[in-house]
Design a protein around this ligand. Structure first.
Ligand SMILES: [Zn+2]
Length: 223
């Protein structure tokens, strides 16, 4: 077989190699063609390895839960109007086997809001000090978009993808991304306290696995 020409202008397989990395709907035939080409073309092999590294890293990063430090920083660089806070949800006992589990909420602190803890930082809180089985919601206002951004924290952090939060009142529902991010219409963080709310785990149904491109795209668009 003739060796593929590789010049500075690139290789005719460039696009195919990138699609292979993103795992986007290539047919089996196209995948085979791309893999065979990778064995023959050093240039594409190099590109493939570089892209693999980048997309793998990107995919891991966008699906990681947001840290308290990152939220503290976000609060700092946003305008002074931005409020944020920490709401702890403790599980309530229930005899029934409900599809959505009830939790009682308590606002631990808000900053730029009211209360004694208004100068606190999220990083000052040790999530391990929270009661067992509790779920923490870090909330931040986004006035520009009229949203309250919610960042979930749970011990079993790998498992919060697709969790649904049901708040009382105007039937507000938030569905969380793999990174535990969601949003609801703008409201006061203090009003999230002293409520019974419900968390529903994702229904485990056999869905076709997402390709890498869909994973990255979904995570980014949920931010
Ligand atoms: Zn090539």
């Amino acid at each position: 077989m003739k060796k593929e020409e590789t010049t500075l202008e690139g290789c005719p397989y460039d696009n195919l190699i990138e699609l292979l990395c993103l795992d986007v709907n290539l047919s089996e035939g196209e995948k085979r063609k791309a893999r065979v080409h990778l064995q023959q073309c050093a240039r594409c092999r190099k590109k493939y390895q570089e892209l693999e590294g980048i997309y793998k890293h990107l995919n891991e990063q966008v699906n990681k839960p947001v840290t308290n430090k990152a939220l503290d920083l976000a609060k700092k660089i946003r305008d002074k109007e931005t409020k944020y806070g920490l709401v702890v949800c403790e599980p309530l006992k229930t005899d029934k086997k409900p599809t959505a589990l009830p939790y009682k909420t308590k606002v631990l602190f808000t900053a730029n809001g009211t209360g004694a803890g208004k100068d606190s930082k999220l990083a000052d809180f040790d999530p391990r000090s929270l009661p067992k089985d509790s779920i923490a919601i870090r909330a931040m206002t986004d006035k520009a978009c009229d949203k309250l951004l919610l960042y979930l924290w749970h011990e079993d952090g790998d498992n919060i993808d697709g969790w649904e939060l049901q708040l009382p009142g105007k039937s507000k529902t938030a569905v969380f991304s793999r990174a535990g991010v969601s949003q609801i219409p703008l409201m006061e963080i203090e009003d999230l306290g002293d409520k019974v709310i419900y968390f529903k785990e994702k229904q485990k149904k056999a869905t076709a696995s997402e390709n890498r491109y869909e994973c990255i795209f979904k995570s980014i668009s949920s931010l």
